[in-house]
Write a protein that binds this ligand. Structure first.
Ligand code: AMP
Length: 196
């Protein structure tokens, strides 16, 4: 079977994590959320975690070099898996180029980018709600939340153009549709790709 490598893309609060859980369960892709990974590095006070924390606490992106290294070792360790699901990566064009180079070395590429679109007002509301139960500092402060959305607009949205210019298959979805409807669309697309 073909290897399927999926990027789930969208601003913070757009539902990437929720859909990722469903995708992984259905297709057994190897999942990496750079945000989760960085948070676990912070929890164990590693030097990577300590460096990342100063950016995350302000709602800024962590420097490319930190996240690119961590993706590289993750891909290396899991290259036998049926495919990867990247959540929250790439977030800059340099990260997208680095990812494409790493996959090229394995004779692979990104098979699909799923982009979730959600209005800013809805994003802020969703993140604040999540902040009530998540214990995430960056989900609890409106200034940090808005900064994260600003970082997305300034540095991340343009990653979509990178994939469009590279003729990568792109599925754009209204992230305000129901969780089940969104997953059905994603499932249909990945099933199609698996059959190619
Ligand atoms: P997330 O859980 O994906 O919302 O990420 C939380 C925070 O982790 C972001 O606001 C960034 O500070 C940092 N982060 C996660 N992924 C990346 C990435 N690919 N590049 C840079 N920073 C990242």
């Amino acid at each position: 079977m073909n290897k399927i490598n999926v990027v789930i893309f969208g601003p913070p609060g757009s539902g990437k994590g929720t859909q990722s859980e469903k995708i992984v369960e259905c297709f057994q892709l190897k999942y990496l959320s750079t945000g989760d990974f960085l948070r676990s590095e912070i929890a164990c006070k590693s030097s990577l975690g300590l460096r990342a924390q100063q950016y995350m606490d302000k709602g800024q992106l962590v420097p490319d070099s930190l996240v690119i290294d961590l993706i590289e070792s993750f891909i290396d360790k899991n290259k036998e898996s049926p495919g990867f699901l990247f959540d929250g990566f790439p977030r800059t064009c340099d990260q997208a180029v680095a990812l494409s180079d790493m996959l090229k070395r394995l004779k692979q590429k990104i098979s699909l980018v799923v982009a979730l679109n959600v209005s800013e007002k809805e994003l802020v509301g969703r993140i604040q709600k999540r902040g009530l139960i998540s214990n995430r500092k960056d989900d609890q402060d409106v200034t940090i939340i808005k900064n994260r959305i600003k970082e997305y607009e300034l540095k991340t949205r343009t990653v979509l153009d990178f994939y469009k210019n590279n003729f990568t298959r792109l599925l754009e979805i209204n992230g305000e549709d129901s969780i089940d409807d969104i997953f059905l669309m994603i499932k249909k697309e990945i099933t199609l790709l698996s059959a190619l």
